[in-house]
Design a protein around this ligand. Structure first.
Ligand SMILES: Cc1cc2nc3c(=O)[nH]c(=O)nc-3n(C[C@H](O)[C@H](O)[C@H](O)COP(=O)(O)O)c2cc1C
Length: 369
């Protein structure tokens, strides 16, 4: 028995909304693009991957499209068809059998898509008709993004409806809760930030207006799940998917004040992800202004996670890349054991290689077979 782990702040119990979690290590959402075709359906292999990682206190699923329109990458799973719900049941069952919990990350990509991935070859939708820089990951390979179609004001209730239906589907699929993906330059982030939102209706312009869609989505999703089983992910300084904001402190400060009215399970903040310069941002101030659990993510090691927890800068830490390569990350952290390195060549798409074949520590090999 490892006695040091008993006093280790990473391995203290923590409250997260409706749940008491056994420790502070969370698996971050990770797109792996390995759903069954046709239909973007979760498989037994996906269930095995998540089960392998179920010593996490909480697993947040890979981003999952809430509707055919919400899809932006080849091979990502959805939560809008019966077959997908049945597929996800295999995943949630496998995770529950191992004693862990799993939230579904709800995803609408907005402009980060391509007509070849959209129903009837339509253009992707967005707050405004502004093209992202870069390329979409389609079934034909990487192709330049297109200029999206700006959503009409009358279409917004339909978007909220997509979230509400997906929230119901997630419940049917056996998830323990949902995380609204408002990070990394996807639809809700595109509404929040001024570089992608040039609307002149009630959903654009002022910070209040730019936050409106997200707050209406949270309202709809919490009406299905109750607020204590709904989390939200934001990336205030993120520039991934060519997005910026001139005053993220103001934008996200306002947002968090409004989120406080809901009593959500948690605020999940991507503090660092991707290349390029980042604006100054006081994450600790954001953390203090949120009246609920704060999950920090982005470049954390076991030691920097401990520092963050001890200094009160966070309540839980989510690990991304380390979870790709280390199914038994929790056990490795407990023992201070070395970590496997993740192979970027197998991040997106493919088969078992680089997915369910990362080795457990010797000591665990038998019990996790
Ligand atoms: C392969 C890969 C897939 C990712 N997929 C998602 C995703 O589906 N949803 C999301 O919010 N973030 C996604 N991210 C971002 C991670 O959740 C995390 O924010 C990022 O990797 C930084 O954390 P880390 O330093 O612990 O890896 C992804 C990152 C990687 C490397």
């Amino acid at each position: 028995m490892d006695r040091t782990a008993e006093k280790d702040v990473l391995f203290t119990k923590g409250e997260l909304g409706a749940y008491s979690l056994p420790h502070r290590v969370i698996m971050a959402p990770l797109t792996r693009s390995r759903s069954k075709q046709p239909g973007n359906i979760p498989t037994e292999m996906n269930a095995k991957y998540y089960a392998q990682r179920s010593s996490a206190a909480l697993i947040i699923s890979e981003a999952t499209q809430i509707s055919p329109q919400g899809m932006g990458y080849a091979f990502t799973p959805g939560i809008h068809s019966n077959e997908q719900i049945e597929g996800w049941k295999k995943v949630t069952k496998a995770v529950h059998e191992k004693g862990s919990k799993i939230f579904l990350q709800m995803w609408h990509v907005g402009r980060i898509s391509h007509s070849s991935l959209q129903p009837e070859g339509a253009l992707p939708v967005a707050p405004s008709a502004i093209k992202a820089e870069g390329e979409a990951f389609t079934y034909q390979g990487l192709v330049p993004f297109e200029t999206p179609r700006a959503l009409e004001t009358e279409e917004i209730p339909g978007i909220i409806q997509q979230y509400e239906q997906a929230a119901r589907n997630a419940k049917e699929a056996g998830f323990d809760g949902v995380e609204v993906h408002a990070a990394n330059g996807y639809l809700l982030d595109q509404f929040l930030r001024e570089s992608t939102n040039k609307r002149t209706d009630a959903y654009g312009g002022s910070i209040e207006n730019r936050s409106r869609l997200l707050l209406e989505v949270i309202e709809a999703v919490t009406s299905v799940w109750g607020p204590d089983k709904v989390g939200i992910r934001i990336s205030p300084t993120g520039t991934f998917n060519s997005i910026t904001d001139s005053d993220p402190e103001k934008t996200f400060g306002y947002l968090v004040d409004r989120l406080n009215l809901f009593g959500l399970a948690y605020l999940h903040v991507v503090e660092a992800f991707g290349e390029g310069p980042k604006p100054d941002f006081d994450f600790n101030r954001l953390r203090k202004s949120f009246q609920g659990p704060y999950i920090a993510n982005g470049g954390y090691t076991a030691d920097s996670a401990r520092e963050s927890l001890i200094s009160g800068k966070s309540d839980f830490i989510a690990f991304g890349t380390k979870y790709i390569a280390n199914p038994d990350l929790v056990e490795r952290f407990k023992l201070g054991a070395p970590l496997n390195e993740a192979d970027p060549n197998t991040f997106y798409g493919g088969n078992e290689k680089g997915y369910i074949d990362y080795p457990f520590m010797e000591v665990n090999a038998v019990s996790n077979e």
